[in-house]
Design a protein around this ligand. Structure first.
Ligand SMILES: [Zn+2]
Length: 455
């Protein structure tokens, strides 16, 4: 039975980093957030030309808009943040502090491949560290853990994990993303009992060690924390990593423009707890109608974020693009924040005969065909239409000798048809051709539109 600690952890410390905040009654969290928002709103109106203008345009020129009335304010998208940057370089018309106060700058992955800029003050870095510490502590990482991290030290925001691990006080073993040799060496040598990686990499590692080690679970690794993409929460992927490596898998999630770590799954493995209380305000919306959806068990929608304490570049109602399912609003661990699981990216969603489908649903099915498949798959989309006619083209990564295996194709297609109620057209792709094994897996591949006949 799951407990509040990882298997084998008998340390004395509390399993909650900031007990007072993380177990506070919902009303208390809301009250603190409302106060922080009041200060933030004033600052935005006075110091952010970008938001002052947007608030005016929304008809809230001189009046105060409370946290409860946040829906009166417009959403912010990545495109709009990029426009704000172009309007007043190098930091943008949304900068709320003097440029001298900016102490760290990330070039984030912007839209259409052009980097955008994310500026932070000392205080912003501290609140990132605080939220990150709650997040990783929740996964079961404590002071006595030794953590091999493949999240790198930069230039990506995930590099901020370094400060978080330092704060918790773990032994840290940084390895460059995708450097499988060093990961395997480090784990075999017993340098670490915990691995931080993308779900794709953890799956790749499990597949590889299953082939090369007589007993992969004898490697002294006990805990894998996945992040950067959904996968650690998909049973077909999670169970495989847990079984092969003899570990507990928990997952974390962050949003580049909000905080690199914002959600952490506790040892009960029932979805990721929101760990940003007091610093970030979260709403759930229907991605199509954009209407608010109540955060309650079973609810589904897109997460929208407002930074309550961000100094340099606050954002208001930022659409994160992740579609999640709320798994619960309380937990045996004592945390009172809601738990969620990611169903997929809004951009990856497609519609088959009126039903919304995320490629993660296909991953859940494909994983059952190991060891013939690796567990990776993606949907091929032609053109930009969201609504697509079956059969849906799906590429499935296979292990050696299964590149042409008509029986396997038929079995996967039958499983997709019976579980997802639409027909797929499966194409098997060998590991060497699927690409980027070590890092993240894109769940959609854009295929060029077929040439259209004239007349
Ligand atoms: Zn919990």
């Amino acid at each position: 039975m799951a407990t509040n600690r990882l298997k084998g952890d008998d340390c004395e410390r509390d399993w909650i980093w900031e007990r007072e905040v993380e177990t506070a009654p919902w009303e208390e969290t809301r009250r603190i957030s409302a106060g922080a928002w009041e200060r933030q709103y004033r600052r935005l109106r006075e110091s952010s030309p970008f938001y002052a203008r947007r608030f005016r345009e929304a008809g809230a020129g001189s009046s105060f808009v409370s946290l409860g009335d946040l829906t009166q304010l417009p959403f912010t998208t990545k495109e709009e943040l990029k426009q704000a940057l172009d309007e007043d370089p190098p930091f943008g018309s949304n900068l709320c502090v003097a440029p001298e106060q900016v102490k760290r700058v990330y070039q984030t992955s912007g839209t259409s491949g052009v980097p955008s800029v994310l500026a932070l003050t000392r205080g912003d870095m501290e609140s990132w560290t605080l939220m990150g510490t709650r997040t990783y502590y929740a996964t079961g990482i404590h002071e006595h853990s030794s953590v091999l991290t493949t999240f790198g030290a930069g230039p990506f925001v995930a590099g901020h994990t370094h400060f978080v691990l330092l704060r918790i006080g773990v032994r840290s073993v940084p390895v460059a993303p995708g450097d499988t040799e060093r990961v395997v060496f480090g784990l075999r040598a017993g340098l670490a009992d915990t691995l931080l990686s993308t779900a794709s990499f953890a799956q790749y590692l499990a597949n590889r060690l299953e082939k090369t080690e007589a007993e992969p679970s004898s490697i002294p690794l006990t805990h894998v924390v996945t992040g950067g993409e959904p996968g650690g929460g998909i049973p077909a992927i999670r169970d495989h990593i847990q079984r092969v490596l003899g570990v507990t898998v928990t997952e974390v999630m962050g949003i580049g423009d909000i905080a690199p770590s914002l959600f952490g799954e506790c040892t009960h493995q029932q979805g990721m707890h929101f760990c940003g209380a007091g610093h970030v305000w979260v709403e759930l919306i229907d991605p199509e109608s954009q209407e608010p959806v109540e955060i309650e068990t079973g609810a589904e929608g897109e997460l929208v974020y407002t930074t309550l304490t961000r100094e340099a570049m606050p954002v208001v109602r930022f659409r994160g693009g992740d579609i999640v399912r709320i798994e619960g609003t309380s937990c045996e661990c004592g945390r009172t924040s809601f738990r969620q699981r990611v169903m997929g990216r809004r951009d990856d969603m497609f519609i088959v005969r009126g039903v919304n489908v995320y490629p993660t649903a296909i991953l859940s099915i494909v994983g059952d065909f190991r060891p013939r498949v690796t567990g990776r798959a993606r949907v091929v989309r032609e053109g930009s239409a969201t609504s697509i006619e079956p059969p849906i083209p799906i590429e499935v990564e296979v292990t050696e000798k299964h590149e042409s295996d008509p029986a396997l194709v038929a079995e996967i297609e039958a499983a997709i048809h019976s579980k997802l109620m639409f027909r797929g057209r499966v194409q098997l792709v060998p590991e060497s051709d699927f690409g980027e094994a070590g890092y993240k897996t894109k769940l959609t591949r854009k295929a060029p539109s077929p040439p259209r006949g004239e007349g």
